[in-house]
Design a protein around this ligand. Structure first.
Ligand SMILES: Cc1ncc(COP(=O)(O)O)c(C=O)c1O
Length: 386
């Protein structure tokens, strides 16, 4: 539904003069470190499957990055989530509380185990799962809570920890979108009992496709490794006491990820700089609300995202179209899980529904130049009443 005046399609944005800039993608990985060299090295070594030196190095380097004792590479973030739930023996008859505003993999991973995802509404400011909703939804069947650090801002882990203390409930962090984010100096991956990351191509650290599990719990990590490797017995080759999975990452993927980790501090610092630039140019635009960074938290702004309200002259979809016409790629927020057909029976989640309709993610790659950020902001400002 169109609001207020029709699109103003001024073709002149000063940063690029009269020219349209080259296409600006919503995300683009930085692959200009040692990625190519390490992949060549892995190929030359002939260790291209899961056993290889880059897989070993990734375990050490990723654990060091998160500040955990252990890290285990997996084939995807979705596989990492499923593996964790399977290792916790979560299954039929159990419930896992997940936020309404997240990627569908969170609920799917629960369903893969036979358990039921219970969908909690989110906070209107941080967009993350709400502790009071978690508390309200806990039942005798609740086995785990899966807070997601949405778009790079840490979820309220301390508040959730305080709630679960009185129960036998495990906190499984979904850190797919928040490599390096932290609360009081403690990084994601080390904030719950166990955590899952995604290393897909548009994530802060990528392997092309891939995931990681991190934890300080040696026994639980052993169980994850066993299930990841088809549950092959450690002491008897090709003997399997139970059904496992092949959720391994290849040495080729790990080679990319190891090179990425060498530069992750730069990626995060550049992303935070880009966020400050967006903030500077957009915070006075009426009807536009940017992302927050709560006291004590470090937001890594995986996707720098905005909410538009009625004061802004365009709807979210109209702004996406306007930016698209100007060669700027954007993403809408996720659909709340309970609007998807397979999760439709859940309770209403009004905050997630509202955010989902008004939220837009802007280009957020560390490769963005300051000029590109200024151009994007000029387009957004050009359609505002000021
Ligand atoms: C919050 C969240 N969880 C899980 C995943 C799944 O990760 P993958 O795509 O690596 O399977 C994603 C991926 O984007 C995600 O954003």
């Amino acid at each position: 539904m169109s609001k207020k005046p029709p699109l103003q399609t001024s073709s002149h944005y000063s940063t690029f003069g009269d020219q349209l800039p080259d296409f600006i993608p919503a995300y683009e990985p930085c692959l200009d470190g040692n990625e190519e060299e390490y992949v060549r090295d892995a190929v030359r070594s002939t260790w291209i499957s899961y056993a290889g030196s880059y897989c070993d190095r990734l375990e050490t380097d990723f654990a060091a990055f998160c500040g955990t004792d252990f890290a285990l590479p997996t084939s995807s973030g979705t596989a990492a989530l499923h593996l964790i739930l399977a290792a916790l023996d979560i299954g039929a008859g159990d419930e896992v509380i997940v936020p309404a505003l997240t990627f569908v993999a969170c609920a799917n991973a629960v369903v893969y185990t036979g358990a039921k995802p219970v969908i909690a509404d989110v906070d209107p400011i941080t967009w993350n799962i709400r502790p009071d909703e978690v508390e309200r939804l806990i039942t005798a069947k609740t086995r785990a809570i899966m807070p997601v650090h949405l778009y790079g801002h840490p979820a309220p882990m301390n508040e959730i920890d305080a709630i679960v203390k009185a129960h036998d409930i495990i906190v499984v962090e979904d850190a797919a979108e928040a490599h390096g984010a932290s609360i009081n100096g403690c990084r994601t991956g080390a904030l719950g009992r166990i955590a899952a990351f995604s290393l897909m191509g548009n994530k802060i650290v990528t392997a092309g496709e891939g995931g990681m599990v991190t934890s300080n719990d040696a026994a639980l990590m052993d169980r994850c490794r066993l299930l990841r490797d088809n549950a092959m017995a450690h002491d008897r080759r090709y003997w399997h006491d139970e059904v496992g999975y092949n959720y391994r990452m290849t040495n080729l993927q790990a080679a990319v990820a190891v090179a990425q980790l060498e530069r992750v501090d730069f990626f995060i610092e550049r992303k935070r700089e880009i966020a400050r630039l967006y903030d500077f140019h957009l915070n006075a635009v009426p009807g536009v609300q940017g992302p927050v960074e709560l006291a004590g938290c470090t937001n890594v702004y995986w996707m720098y995202s905005l909410l538009l309200d009625a004061e802004y002259p365009l709807t979210r979809d109209e702004l996406m179209m306007e930016l698209g016409q100007r060669n700027v790629d954007t993403r809408p927020f996720f659909h709340p899980l309970d609007t998807l057909p397979m999760y439709a029976s859940a309770e209403p989640v009004p905050v997630a529904m509202d955010l989902s309709q008004r939220g837009i993610s802007l280009p957020s790659s560390p490769k963005l130049t300051d000029e590109q950020v200024c151009y994007i902001c000029e387009v957004i400002r050009a359609v505002s009443p000021n």
